[in-house]
Design a protein around this ligand. Structure first.
Ligand code: ADP
Ligand code: ASP
Ligand code: MG
Length: 422
């Protein structure tokens, strides 16, 4: 008997028929003798619907009081889907109980709309499992120190599931979604994309942080930190397929490099439209400039990604960086109001019509020329590179948003990702 955590995404929970299907699948696992904890997302479209209602009443604001209510609101989506799944399981003849994050409780910090999990109390869940119940725990949410409901950022149910699996020392965490695993790139953009049977933890971390939304990045971080056995697989297979076949399907995230059977140099291509570029022009070139600009941005809880400082001319330089598109307006305001006057810089300009495309692969460590091949492919397509950033196992470029799909397809082809490596 094993303790297994299943996570079902929004599309998988998208209708009562689909929830029934999930219940039948979970029942199959429970009847095979496993203790089951299930973490559902809200039904597809529900989180967007709720957040849009808030916007109808008042435009999105960065205030703590507004964000608190957004979390209070959005958390209801998962509360509803969890209760519906518990009801569907009971209809299948299983004992089942659902808990909202605050009931478990899953404790988080107070960073509303992007809270981080700090601890999970597992006593109640364990007692239910011992009593033979299937336990449903809402994805996406928790409780802060002051008793407020928090949410974990979009796509956060993945993180809830992996964190629950880590806290309970589950034998495996299975992420059921609307694709049958992790692909070389988003199969919706490149139909020739190939499913990876395994992907190393480090590659998955880069792919998630570079924009592959198949797993929320924090879920991958948790899996790495606590060595959670993690698999991504389809919720759209018939629920009654052989359980062993199901358990071996999809993509396994591996931790040992020698387990990494597919020795490709580039394993995948990630992309993100969710980016904006900001440049501070005419900055006096002296020590402390990067700190003055980026320190202020970091203090405002805004994450900065690619950074470029140009060489200076006449003692002045330009300083550019990217932020999440949602943080663009806030960052520009902050720079104009607080940083520019102190710096004596000339101007802040920005561009929200950019995207980031990244090639990822642990094989890049031991191969030179991978980045230059990427640059060549883009130049052959006439795509101008605005910024570049590299790490040991990835190269990212910032380009005009309108070339994103072209770039991804051209790179996928050039690196022959549609074929399994020899
Ligand atoms: P869920 O609702 O189950 O959490 P998501 O929409 O968050 O599902 O994530 C699954 C989606 O991620 C897929 O439908 C696919 O379009 C997208 N995706 C992006 N990159 C990849 C990739 N490399 N492999 C598989 N899917 C990817
Ligand atoms: N329902 C939340 C969202 O849409 C969390 C999730 O689905 O993982 O972002
Ligand atoms: Mg998701």
């Amino acid at each position: 008997m094993a303790l297994i955590v299943h996570k079902y995404g929004g599309t998988s929970m998208g209708s009562t028929d689909r929830i029934r299907n999930v219940a039948k699948r979970v029942a199959k696992w429970a009847r095979a003798g496993h203790q089951m904890v299930v973490v559902p997302s809200a039904m597809s479209g529900e989180t967007n619907r709720l957040l849009a209602l808030a916007k109808e009443l008042a435009p999105a604001k960065e205030t703590e009081s507004y964000s608190r209510e957004l979390d209070m609101l959005a958390a209801t989506g998962e509360q509803a889907s969890s209760a519906l799944l518990a009801i569907a399981l009971q209809a299948e003849g299983l004992e089942s109980v659902s808990y909202a994050g605050w009931q478990v409780p899953i404790r988080t910090n107070s960073a509303y709309t992007k809270a981080r999990i700090e601890s999970i109390e597992d006593t109640k869940v364990r007692a239910d499992l011992e009593a033979g119940r299937v336990v449903i725990v809402t994805g996406f949410q928790g409780l802060d120190e002051l008793g407020n409901i928090t949410t974990l950022g979009r796509g956060g149910s993945d993180t809830s599931a992996v964190a629950v699996a880590a806290a309970m020392k589950a034998d495996e965490c299975l992420i059921y979604t609307d694709v049958d695993g992790v692909y070389t790139t988003d199969p919706r953009v490149v139909p020739e994309a190939r499913r990876l049977k395994t992907v190393s933890f480090e590659e998955m971390l880069e792919m998630a942080s570079m924009g592959s939304k198949v797993l929320q990045i924090r879920s991958v971080e948790f899996a790495g930190k606590y060595r959670v056995k993690l698999r991504v697989l389809s919720s759209f297979t018939p629920w009654d397929i052989d359980i062993n076949e199901e358990a071996a399907s999809g993509t396994l995230i591996t931790f040992e490099e020698d387990e990494h059977m597919e020795q490709a140099i580039v394993s995948g291509i990630a992309f993100s439209r969710d980016e904006a570029k900001i440049s501070v022009l005419g900055v006096p070139d002296k020590p402390g400039i990067a700190y003055q600009i980026l320190g202020a941005v970091a203090d405002a809880n805004i994450e900065v990604d690619v950074i470029i400082q140009n060489i200076s001319k006449d003692g002045k330089t330009d300083f550019s960086f990217t932020v999440n598109r949602g943080d663009y307006a806030k960052t520009v305001d902050l720079l104009k109001e607080e940083v520019l006057p102190k710096l004596g810089a000339q101007e802040v300009v920005g561009d929200t019509k950019i995207c980031k495309v990244s090639i990822v692969g642990i094989g890049m460590r031991s191969h030179v020329g991978v980045a230059s091949k990427m640059f060549r492919v883009l130049s052959e397509e006439g795509i101008n590179i605005q910024m570049i950033s590299t790490s040991e196992i990835k190269t990212s470029v910032v380009i005009d948003e309108k070339y994103m799909e072209l770039a991804v397809r051209a790179l996928h082809k050039a690196f022959e990702l549609e074929q399994a490596p020899a």
